[in-house]
Design a protein around this ligand. Structure first.
Ligand code: B4P
Length: 190
């Protein structure tokens, strides 16, 4: 099993690179952002709660996300491996992921940390906002997403360094160039 955590600030290209990794390595994809947007669109109980957090650029509470992830993971039984996109975003989420995978005789194989400067992140998200219509791609929400990233999510790099699974990747350049850098790291683990 090849289980990849793709990590980085909002707009660092997690979703973009996940699509390429899935095609190349035949992995399943779990994007907590995509699952939340689907729940919000359908107006489920979870979607209604999540909406308030996502609209303000805040993280949805850990208990809700961990519960949601466990259900999605159980729907991927028998897969060659999973790419976790946008999860974990906090230390409790990382600990819960490890526990969930260990209980299923698995673990995270590697973590890819995409590094992109703040100005570039803001530009990308504002550009995406023009087409995507995403409620959280506006300047005020982007700023609060970046603040939360620095305070709650970035410390997770240390967690994966200690686990010996952290790989830093320069996330600036063409999408193909970045993908080549990621492939090199994944190939070490095949
Ligand atoms: P996500 O959906 O995970 O969104 P993201 O971090 O903003 O996007 P990503 O990094 O995937 O960027 P993308 O590839 O699209 O989260 C949304 C919200 O959901 C969160 O704010 C939070 O509220 C909630 N949430 C999700 N998971 C959660 C969790 N685990 N716990 C709690 N809450 C959670 O790239 C962005 C843009 O850049 C695209 O337009 C792309 O085309 C462009 N781009 C990509 N690569 C490029 C490159 N190399 N050069 C130029 N442009 C590039």
């Amino acid at each position: 099993m090849l289980n990849v955590v793709i990590f980085g600030a909002p707009g660092s290209g997690k979703g973009t690179q996940s699509d390429l990794i899935i095609k190349e390595f035949g992995l399943d994809h779990i994007s907590t952002g995509d699952v939340l947007r689907a729940e919000m669109k359908e107006g489920t109980e979870l979607g209604k709660i999540a909406n308030d957090y996502v609209a303000k650029g805040q993280l949805v509470p850990d208990e809700l996300i961990i519960d949601m992830l466990a259900k999605v993971l159980d729907g991927k039984k028998g897969s060659k491996g999973v790419i976790f996109d946008g999860f974990p975003r906090t230390i409790p989420q990382a600990e819960a992921l490890k526990k969930m995978l260990n209980e299923r005789d698995m673990d995270v194989t590697l973590m890819i940390n995409l590094h992109v400067e703040e100005d570039e992140l803001i530009n990308r998200l504002l550009e995406r906002g023009k087409k995507s219509g995403r409620q959280d791609d506006n300047i005020d929400t982007i700023k609060s997403r970046l603040e939360i990233y620095h305070s709650k999510t970035a410390p997770l790099a240390e967690y994966y360094i200690k686990e010996g699974k952290h790989h830093a990747i320069k996330g600036v350049g063409t999408i193909e160039e970045i993908f080549e850098r990621i492939k090199e790291k994944i190939n070490i683990h095949l």
